[in-house]
Design a protein around this ligand. Sequence first.
Ligand SMILES: NC(=O)c1ccc[n+]([C@@H]2O[C@H](COP(=O)([O-])OP(=O)(O)OC[C@H]3O[C@@H](n4cnc5c(N)ncnc54)[C@H](OP(=O)(O)O)[C@@H]3O)[C@@H](O)[C@H]2O)c1
Length: 330
Amino acid sequence: MKAIIVHTDRNGIDLAWEDIPPLAPGPGEVLLDVHATAVNRADLLQARGLYPAPPDESQILGLEAAGRIAAVGEGVVTWRPGDRVCALALGGGYAEQVVLPEGVLIPLPDNWSYAKGAAVPEVWLTAYANLCMEGAMRDGQTVLIHAGASGVGTAGIQIAREWGARTAVTAGADDKLARCRELGADLAINYKAEDFVETLMAFTGRQGVDLILDCVGGAYLEGNIAILKPYGRLITIGLLGGTTARLDLAAVLMKSLTLKGTRLRARTREDKAEITRQFRDRLWPLLVAGKMTPVVDCVFPITSAGAAHQYVKDNRNTGKVILEVRPGVA
Ligand SMILES: NC(=O)c1ccc[n+]([C@@H]2O[C@H](COP(=O)([O-])OP(=O)(O)OC[C@H]3O[C@@H](n4cnc5c(N)ncnc54)[C@H](OP(=O)(O)O)[C@@H]3O)[C@@H](O)[C@H]2O)c1
């Protein structure tokens, strides 16, 4: 079977579609024929050697996949060969086949393409886990989502809308801000033209926000701390704007703030299965009914994975960039 193998030389990084040994599912696992996978920022870092895969999991890129089950391992009774599913992968999604634990599988409706299915697992589970579980988002609260037009952001806006929260986002281009408003953002701030702290303070009557989902990190820490209300929560999921900053501990103490960092990839198989179970119970029916939608920006063939990575690196996407592995096959 074929998979993307990363080659690094003095000319840069080459993502090559090459033959690798076949895989087999172990107990409690399934083997999936991958039809589509999707690009995540973690893949860009992993390809550059900056975010190694856990040593006991696949070293191939790819944190999600959609496809058809080819074979099931010992003890798997809920799933059968031929079932169409999408799932969070433990790595290995950029390949013709991937092995997945049965607990992370999500059944794909007949009328969903594999591309649409591949747009769900990583960013919707991240948004759900951090807004609803870690962030304890509640009806009537005000939530700020940085990088609102990202894959995680476009999922998060829709989840916050469904939870009855008031949502503000930041993004760096007017077309991205417009898409965020269409998805349900009550306030969309162009961080390149406005100071998000001032705009949000005016918007909230100087009350601030209850919860922040942040993937910018260092560059936004001071502003994030300033706009959190008492008992506010800051959930850090990325460091696109740097890893270090000065922290005003007096504000953390006086406002009883909670600062958390989380990584979906680092969670155990059991944790991933639990997040998937809650997501399937609480949100998946709304996606299947069309009340929420995964946002797909564009589709590249897997053989153009390098170009897809460059597109994401250039911040050109709104929502997900999909890699098609088996074009045109139902
Ligand atoms: N911790 C976890 O478990 C977890 C899981 C999944 C994803 N993530 C992280 O969540 C973030 C979003 O992931 P994604 O796949 O949804 O991303 P994405 O679709 O690639 O979008 C990221 C967007 O962030 C904005 N951005 C980039 N650099 C920025 C900077 N220095 N300052 C402000 N904004 C910047 C850009 O939009 P603009 O044009 O609007 O600037 C870019 O398009 C990433 O950092 C990713 O690593 C974390």
